[in-house]
Design a protein around this ligand. Structure first.
Ligand code: GLY
Ligand code: MN
Ligand code: MN
Length: 447
């Protein structure tokens, strides 16, 4: 076993300890997906499978058998066999025995033996844990295994009497990032932060959004990140008011802002950063007014991230600052709303700030895990815990409209950072990406 396998072995042991004695868990990785012709989409493993295995090859299934009496817990990998001919075309594959040794499984078999082995592994297991509905192919296979085990009833063999939803347990585990995960996420955020700085240095009037995108991708890849964590958003001018804009094909003009939402995936973990900067290198007065407001909202959100406080606190804090700024700047009507509270109660702020202030971050950019405490009938926002990772991303998006001050038209700003909840607050992972007006203008001055 290599030292790199240790976190995965520890996670498998933690999962097995949550399971009924002698029961079995099954988890498959993601399928390869054809893009067109003979060309696949770049392969990306299943996040849950990777979390427990560290194994990135396609066509693999992990089986865990929980301890029972004297028998310790066991982990079993099914994967592709060695195949010299295929390896000449597609590259190295571990094969069961090398994978078992490298990733610390107790046993490993060729994937072709899955059906036969599952018949044995499920015989007399009291319960089955699996991700019902996660993969139609696996759902069908599991039905087949259960049917085959039940057919042995007359020989005194019992099929699992209960099934449990595996992903619920894994979602809770994934919500708290261990030291290994925090270290990788820190590196993923640093690479993305460097990419944003590079993109700022590159920007000038006349460049196309896709040229800025190319700078981001270049910086991700040269630092070893395998993928962008999601399609980058490079939105100049009015495009910044389209929340999921990613055509990235417009020419940036003097006097506009460009909003860039881009993060990389490093060793299976995402970063997710947004910065907004002036194409010319200097903010205009209306741009600066809105920018400083969003920055202030983000500071208020950071201050609300404290273990024990509800997740929703950061959104409430950001909305409070934004709504009050909207009144001060004339975006919302003081005659109509005496206070930020009044405006918020009437949902008036949604005209300019219509999304949440963040989300869990991890292997998936919008990572798994409940946002509410499902164990309480009222389902309140869940309390933050040290080790949770999330984004903090307030923004303001001003579309032209009646009564909307013209100086703010078509300005869209978002500022997004990645944080880990600590014992007494939060640690910002993405702080190297220039953010204050002074920092951004100074960096762009150097171009
Ligand atoms: N980039 C996706 C998001 O910010 O949620
Ligand atoms: Mn985000
Ligand atoms: Mn983002």
């Amino acid at each position: 076993m290599t030292a790199a396998a240790a976190p995965y072995i520890e996670r498998r042991a933690r999962l097995a300890a949550c399971m009924q004695p002698g029961s079995v868990a099954v988890l498959a990785t993601a399928p390869e997906v054809l893009r067109n012709g003979d060309s696949d989409y770049p392969y990306r493993h299943d996040s849950y499978f990777y979390y427990l295995s560290g194994f990135t090859e396609p066509e693999a299934v992990l089986v865990l058998v929980a301890a029972s009496g004297e028998l310790p817990a066991r982990s079993v990998l099914f994967c592709r066999e060695k195949n010299l001919e295929r390896e000449i075309w597609d590259g190295y594959r571990y094969g069961p025995e090398a994978a078992r040794l490298a990733f610390g499984f107790d046993e490993a078999f060729p994937i072709g033996e899955l059906d036969a082995q599952m018949g044995k592994l499920l015989a007399n297991a009291p319960a089955l844990y699996y991700a019902l509905g996660h993969s139609a192919a696996l759902d069908a296979q599991v039905s087949g295994w259960l049917k085959a085990v039940r057919a042995q009833g007359r020989s005194g063999i019992a099929a699992p009497g209960t099934t449990h939803h595996l992903l619920g347990i894994l979602d809770d585990m994934r919500l708290l990032k261990d030291a290994d995960e925090q270290a990788i996420m820190g590196r993923a955020a640093s690479i993305a932060a460097a990419a944003h700085a590079r993109a700022m240095r590159f920007t000038r009037p006349g460049v196309f959004e896709y040229e800025i995108e190319a700078e981001l991708l270049h910086e991700f890849r040269r630092n070893g990140a395998q993928f962008p964590a999601y399609t980058p958003i490079v939105a100049s001018g009015a495009n910044a008011c389209v929340l999921h804009y990613n055509q990235n094909n417009r020419q940036c003009r003097e006097g506009e802002l460009v909003l860039v939402d881009a993060g990389c995936e490093l060793d299976g973990y995402a970063s997710d950063i947004t910065r907004t900067w002036p194409v010319s290198g200097r903010f205009s007065t209306p741009q600066k007014l809105l920018y400083e407001l969003v920055l202030q909202a983000q500071q208020a959100a950071f201050a609300a991230i404290v273990p024990g406080r509800p997740y929703s606190g950061m959104h409430e804090a950001a909305v409070q600052v934004l709504a009050s700024g909207m009144l001060d700047l004339g975006l919302l009507d003081r005659q109509k709303y005496a206070s930020a509270e009044d405006a918020i109660a009437d949902k008036a702020h949604l005209q300019f700030y219509m999304h949440g202030t963040g989300h869990w971050l991890g292997m998936d950019v919008h990572d798994v895990g409940p946002y509410r405490d499902l164990s309480v009938a009222e389902r309140p926002s869940r309390a933050l815990l040290a080790g949770m990772a999330l984004t903090v991303e307030p923004g303001i998006y001003v579309r032209p409209g009646e009564g909307v001050p013209e100086q703010f038209w078509n300005i869209g700003i978002r500022i997004e950072d990645d944080v880990i909840v600590t014992a007494d607050g939060c640690r910002i992972l993405s702080g190297d990406a220039p953010k204050s007006v002074v920092e951004i203008e100074a960096l762009m001055e150097e171009r």
